[in-house]
Ligand binder design. Sequence first.
Ligand code: URA
Length: 254
Amino acid sequence: MKPDDLRRRLEFYQDIGVKTLYRQPAAPQARETEQVETGEAETAGAPAAAAEQPSINLPPLAPAGDTLPRILEDIGDCRRCRLNEGRNKIVFGVGNERAPLVFVGEGPGADEDAQGIPFVGRAGQLLTQMIEGTAKKEGIELRREDIYICNVVKCRPPENRTPEADEMEICGQFLHRQLSAIAPKAICALGGTAARALTGRKEGVTKMRGKWLEWRGIPVMVSYHPSYLLRPYNQDAKREAWEDLKKVLHFVYD
Ligand code: URA
């Protein structure tokens, strides 16, 4: 790749918030992944850094016209982080690739890992009911298939633990590409992990929920994760989640 093309591609990744790129092994004996930093501190030096590394084999991403099928193809049979060890299926995302609204969860659970589809277990059923039920009550015609749903990490963390920082960063590049390709009118972050991954903020979900934050200029509404709402003592949280959902639905569909 020519240094200018490489620089443009690195700038694109930087624009969409990707700080580290991982490449597939170039040859059987190559290391599993190799990093190319695209971080803020290197902004000014990016063209120089790119020129020094002409042999880097970046993922085949066209900055303009990136598509969900292409992102899925780039994920391939991903072995970029340890989460691949316990997974059955990669859970990429589901729904309308031109959706004006995207919901982002944390990571697949057991049901999602078995089916390869996000939010199909108990939490997923609650989410679907909440979205379709709230829309109906508010006079908005909306089905689950009209929106897009995905997660920060695409492989199930063992015992449903919270994804670790490096896992979120590695997999995050695909989330960022999904969001860039879809370019929704708004994003709803379900739970603290998704909210932190999208906004970079460090607070807990109770501080962030109900507010409009931002991912690359796109409004982000933070709300509770549906698994949290399934706990029996969380009546207040349920009411708040309903308020959050109403806000985001009216913003997108009015
Ligand atoms: N929890 C998530 O965060 N995502 C899913 O897909 C399912 C449960």
